[in-house]
Write a protein that binds this ligand. Structure first.
Ligand code: NAD
Length: 491
């Protein structure tokens, strides 16, 4: 079995405790590597190195130089994309067809923010104080703690790391304990690209043993987090004690809304992609399908037809549509929600069971599952399942679609299917979500801001503005000549 250590100051670092934990392939359900089990001591070592490198090196590097290193890193990510994708599949069980493309696409974040590094400009302000010159500049925070979830480890990391490094911060990363391997492979590329040692560090382990000490560490100046709203809330509370800025990318319960005037087959595919792609293990899952009553019967019938053809199996095979669930606790959570939905009176019209077959390994598959007769107040419509479970709700008109669509605690994304441009605009205006897709679903880009309304988070990742999440503004006042003024009156 392969052994992974922490990565600190440009090299491997063994865990202070000497302990390792197993990481498992969700498809075979066999352990394939051992990963360093970090603790507060390891976090302390990594953070202090990152602070030292920030103060004495990285924050003084010219932005153009930082940009060039990021572009170099992009090339290395592209070179190793297939290998990184395969490691992610081995650790999280998502399809190679998706992960291979995703790891290749990561390079664009490093290229984009590499280009942006030397284009962040302060201003010279028109002064109302004669003889005093006033300008603003943007400065990095220092050490940024980055904590990520297991479903797309390197994508979620890159959304944080690329802008944070471009802005001049250093990083200590804590990947999910379920999927640490790809991050530990990736950080080696950071060294190969020529970044100074200690700019990017990675300490692996559990949320409480590594994540929490990272958040609480006195030398960590900002946290960028992706994960559940429950963990996000705890991190926000801990950060509040330090008055530390945090960005939070949390869960969702996104509505995918189909109107009678939509392109029927395109909407069917959009709904399938929203909930069954990635085995539903995606924050932007369109887990609530709202269908207009005039097309309800026909739409649901066709949806079941298409969904029942989804091929369940080996995530490394290019003809698989639905892979295993990544972790055993997540598998149990999904099965539990299926029971909850049934007990609430929702009607299971497809799936609803664990899946097994002699042709596949492991035992962590869930059939694509569809519930009708769902009322929006049911738990199955309100809570994030994070699995291939779709709840269908009938609606009458736009007003009702907006009301039901918004009636959850989350606000990460929403889909709208219509050929009426006025309706598309009205729906986009009225849906309380950080992303609204019209006649498409699951589109993300390095150029476009991503983040949540309501309990889905705070802050935005990707797009030009997101670099400001990793910068603070300084206002500098310089008197052209010294003068003696009344010290007891504000200038
Ligand atoms: P999680 O909250 O259980 O864990 C996320 C990370 O936080 C892990 O690295 C974990 O070890 C760490 N952690 C847990 N408790 C902590 C604590 N008290 N202090 C510090 N760190 C702690 O989430 P998960 O199960 O890994 O991921 C699934 C969740 O992530 C879903 O809710 C999903 O919607 C969300 N997600 C959101 C986005 C987004 O961009 N909005 C993207 C992907 C996943």
């Amino acid at each position: 079995m392969k052994t992974y250590n922490h990565f600190v100051n440009g090299k491997e670092m063994e865990p202070n405790s000497g302990d390792y934990f197993d990481t498992e392939n969700p498809y075979t359900c066999e352990n394939w590597a051992k990963v360093a089990k970090g603790n507060a001591y390891d976090v302390d070592v990594a953070v202090n190195i990152a602070k030292d490198v920030f103060e004495n090196n990285w924050s003084k590097t010219k932005p153009t130089e930082r940009g060039k290193l990021l572009v170099k890193l992009a090339e290395l990510v592209e070179r190793d994309a297939q290998k990184l994708g395969e490691i992610e599949v081995q650790d999280n069980g998502k399809l190679i067809a998706e992960m291979g493309a995703q790891t290749k696409y990561l390079a664009e974040w490093y290229r984009y923010f590499g280009g942006l590094a030397d284009k962040v400009e302060g201003s010279v302000l028109p002064s109302d104080k004669p003889g005093i010159f006033n300008y603003t500049k943007y400065e990095p925070f220092g050490v940024v703690g980055m904590i990520t979830a297991w479903n797309s480890p390197l994508l979620l990391l890159s959304w944080k790391l690329a802008p944070a490094l471009a802005a001049g911060n250093t990083a200590v990363i804590k990947p999910s304990e379920f999927t640490s391997a790809s991050t530990l492979e990736f950080v080696k590329l950071v060294s190969e690209a020529g970044f100074p040692n200690g700019v990017v560090n990675c300490v692996t382990g559990m949320g409480i043993e590594v994540g929490q000490p990272l958040v609480e560490h006195k030398n960590v100046s900002k946290i960028a987090f992706t994960g559940s709203d429950i963990s996000g809330q705890k991190i926000y509370e801990s950060a509040a004690k330090k008055i530390m800025p945090v960005s939070l990318e949390l869960g969702g319960k996104s509505p995918n809304i189909v109107f009678e005037d939509a392109d029927f087959e395109a909407a069917i595919m959009g709904v399938i992609s929203g909930i069954f792609a990635a085995t539903g293990q995606t924050c932007i899952a369109g887990s609530r399908l709202l269908v207009q009553e005039t097309i309800y019967e026909k739409f649901v019938k066709r949806l079941v037809e298409v969904a029942s053809e989804a091929k369940i199996g080996d995530p490394m095979s290019f003809d698989t549509h639905v892979g295993p669930v990544t972790t055993q606790p997540q598998f149990e959570k999904i099965m539990n929600y299926i029971d909850i939905a049934k007990s609430e009176g929702a009607k299971c019209i497809l799936g609803g069971n664990a899946y097994s077959s002699k042709d596949i390994k492991g035992d962590r598959f869930v059939e694509p599952t569809i519930f009708t007769d769902v009322r929006n107040e049911m738990r199955i419509a309100q809570e994030e399942v994070f699995g291939p479970v779709l709840s269908i709700i009938k609606f009458k008109d736009e007003k009702e679609a907006i009301k039901v669509g918004n009636d959850v605690i989350f606000g990460l994304a929403a889909g709208v299917w219509t050929n009426d441009i006025g309706r598309a605009l009205r729906m986009s205006d009225n849906l309380r979500a950080g992303t609204v897709w019209v006649n498409t679903y699951r589109a993300v880009s390095f150029m476009s801001p991503f983040g949540g309304y309501k309990r889905s988070g705070r802050g935005r990742e990707s797009g030009q503005e997101s670099i400001k999440e990793f910068l603070q503004t300084k206002s500098v006042w310089i008197a052209e000549q010294t003068s003696i003024a009344n010290p007891f009156i504000i200038r």
